[in-house]
Design a protein around this ligand. Structure first.
Ligand SMILES: *Cc1c(COP(=O)(O)O)cnc(C)c1O
Length: 236
């Protein structure tokens, strides 16, 4: 199909450019170990995710359970790792526990409890990796996330919950602020957590607009959507 070949070429091209940006950012920051690229495929069709897998993408991110669960089921044979990165209602925990390798948006005790119950009930062999989403914007709580001062307690709770593995921290840089400052703060919060829980080493930071700042701050995982896939199509 000509369409498919064209889209494949476009994705290959965009992906190469993003990978080059990551390499350059690592060089500028003197980093030898590159962060893992999670391609955020929300709003884009499963056919795009399939092409990305063909192009060597191993990790994909989604922010709505309904969409993510359908794609994960359709693409089950590809061996992709699915990262859930959106605000999560407790009643969706059961579904997410079936396909997600990691949830980057754990931000409250009720969600920890729901995820733990769901993983145990699903009889999963591997634990669900949980990252604490940190709200770095003292003015707003709308985008989700725990307050930095609540992170240690939430970390202990996750660490003590059956089926869950405390994996690290995640944040979105607040709008209209310097992402370098935001990610430095995230790295500080993550460092504190890691002193108590050495396994909690993931630092999930950086989107299309601010990946360089995230790499400089030590991000281990980048979540890039638009710059790989193009603008998100409107939802029907
Ligand atoms: C959509 C989304 C991304 C990707 O953002 P882009 O600007 O498209 O790269 C990353 N993280 C979260 C939490 C998102 O919701």
């Amino acid at each position: 199909m000509a369409d498919r070949a064209g889209r494949r070429e476009e994705l290959a091209d965009r992906l190469a450019r993003v990978r080059e940006r990551i390499r350059a950012a690592c060089g500028a920051a003197g980093r030898t170990e590159e962060p893992r690229l999670i391609v955020v495929t929300k709003f884009h069709p499963a056919s795009d995710v399939r092409l990305l897998a063909e192009l060597g993408v191993t990790d994909v991110g989604e922010n709505r359970d309904q969409e993510a669960s359908a794609k994960a089921a359709e693409l089950a044979g590809l061996g992709l790792r699915w990262h859930f990165i959106g605000q999560l209602q407790t009643n969706k925990a059961k579904s997410v526990a079936r396909y997600a390798e990691a949830v980057h948006s754990v931000d409250r005790p009720q969600l920890v409890a729901a995820l733990s119950r769901a993983v145990v009930a699903a009889g999963r062999e591997d634990p669900l990796a949980c990252l604490i989403q940190v709200n770095l914007d003292p003015r707003a709580s709308g985008r989700g996330g725990a307050a930095p001062e609540d992170v240690p307690e939430l970390g202990s709770l996750i660490d003590g919950s059956p089926g869950l593995r405390l994996a690290g921290v995640m944040a979105v840089a607040p709008l209209g602020t310097d992402p370098a400052e935001a990610f430095a703060r995230l790295a500080e919060v993550g460092g504190g957590l890691r002193r108590a829980f050495p396994e909690a080493a993931m630092l999930s930071a950086g989107m299309s607009q601010d990946l360089e700042a995230a790499v400089a701050a030590g991000a281990t995982h980048l979540r890039i959507g638009t710059d790989v896939l193009g603008p998100r199509p409107p939802v029907g």
